[in-house]
Design a protein around this ligand. Structure first.
Ligand code: BGC
Length: 386
């Protein structure tokens, strides 16, 4: 028999983007400099969201979204060390205004992976003054932007940033196996978060401020060593950062894409990225976060699926498990699909298509995918029918 799963009143529904992935070319950031040297793909003006944001927010509204997560490009606000750009401030004021005008709650991420070139050249995240630089930037924003009613996330996925840049070496600054840098970076990032949190709360004590983590669920077979490996993965990705900053977090942003198996060989349907789809994992990962007793927002959950064959089911299946978490007492207050638009997928360039809205990268034409309409049905009724 069909069941109706109701989500809590006031639940936030929307999609997420990040500045570098959608705005188009900006030259004074580490990723652009690395692209010039051929080390990562070039972010050309594939999407033009910097110019088209009003139109894109109209589409989000048409799709029923009542919230939207986006990020601010640090280099647009502080293109040179210590100097605030009025142009940058005005742009993001306009973005906030455009969202509010459409009754869309803004969820702002202050920093999503890309660093201003001046800071990257000094050593970036591992520079001893990094927490100071980040807090000063956060303070500029808290002074100059109208953040009323926003959810504020300081930074996106500190672990992914450190792994890709300092262990795997596929992202700037391309260090491979630099364990000391990785540890120093993680420590700097938690300090940077805490300092930024204080600066924002000094000016806006009423705002909810948190951090976005890339959460994980580890599945293991009977073997105690595999069970331990799964636990360790979950401790590292779900808890290490929060335990360091717990007093300075009002809410948790939780991104969930996939699980990891230890000693298990079963297979599942795959996304275009080759990632297994395992919706139940989001439930276990959320239950693992219950102990913080803080509101949780699913700040990213999505898949690369150019043909839009699996997306609607992916969203429904994940929401079913999110709902089960809610029923069991996890305080989930919102869900942001990744992503609103097809966009620049870091080291993969424009190959992976995550969007609810398809983009023709040559003409910039937007086309709403069918799965986006399916998602709208859930949003409109605040209910998932299974
Ligand atoms: C990141 C996004 C990225 C997505 C898909 C997340 O880890 O926050 O920037 O596009 O994963 O790979």
């Amino acid at each position: 028999m069909a069941k109706k799963l109701h989500f809590p009143d006031g639940f936030l529904w929307g999609a997420a983007t990040s500045s570098y992935q959608v705005e188009g070319i900006i030259k004074n950031v580490d990723w652009y400099k690395a692209a010039e040297k051929g080390r990562v793909p070039l972010v050309h003006n594939g999407i033009n969201h910097y110019q088209e944001f009003e139109n894109d927010f109209d589409l989000a509204r048409e799709l029923g979204h009542n919230a939207h997560r986006f990020s601010i490009e640090w280099a647009r606000i502080e293109p040179h060390e210590g100097e605030l750009s009025e142009e940058g401030v005005t742009h993001y004021q306009e973005v906030l205004r455009a969202l509010r005008a459409r009754n869309i709650t803004p969820a702002v991420t202050l920093w999503h992976f890309t660093l201003p070139d001046w800071l990257a050249r000094k050593g970036g995240i591992t520079h001893k003054e990094f927490p100071f630089y980040f807090a000063r930037y956060a303070s500029f924003l808290a002074d100059r932007l109208n953040l009323d009613g926003c959810l504020v996330f300081t930074m996106n996925e500190p672990h992914v940033q450190m792994e890709m840049g300092w262990l795997v070496g596929k992202w700037p600054p391309f260090h491979k196996g630099d364990f000391i840098g990785w540890m120093r970076g993680l420590r700097n990032l938690s300090r940077a978060h805490s300092k930024a949190y204080e600066k924002i709360k000094e000016k806006h004590p009423e705002l909810s401020v948190g951090v976005v983590l890339h959460g994980k669920y580890g599945r293991a077979n009977w073997n105690p060593i595999n069970k331990l490996r799964a636990r360790l993965l979950m401790w590292y990705r779900n808890h290490q950062f929060l335990d360091a900053v717990e007093e300075k977090v009002d809410m948790i942003g939780f991104n969930y894409y996939r699980h990891h198996s230890f000693g298990l060989r079963d297979t599942f349907p795959k996304t275009d990225f080759g990632w297994y789809i395992y919706p139940e994992g989001i439930y276990h990962a959320l239950c693992d976060m219950k102990k913080y007793k803080k509101p949780i927002y699913i700040t990213e959950n999505g898949l690369a699926d150019a043909k839009d064959e699996k997306r609607a089911k992916f969203i429904r299946d994940h929401l079913k498990w999110v709902h089960r978490g809610i029923v069991e007492g996890v305080d989930v207050q919102g869900y942001f699909y990744w992503s609103l638009l097809d966009n620049f997928e870091w080291a993969e360039g424009y190959k992976m298509r995550f969007g609810l809205i398809e983009i023709d990268f040559a003409t910039k034409e937007r086309n709403i995918r069918n799965s986006a309409w399916e998602f709208k049905k859930i949003i409109d009724t605040n209910t998932l029918e299974t």
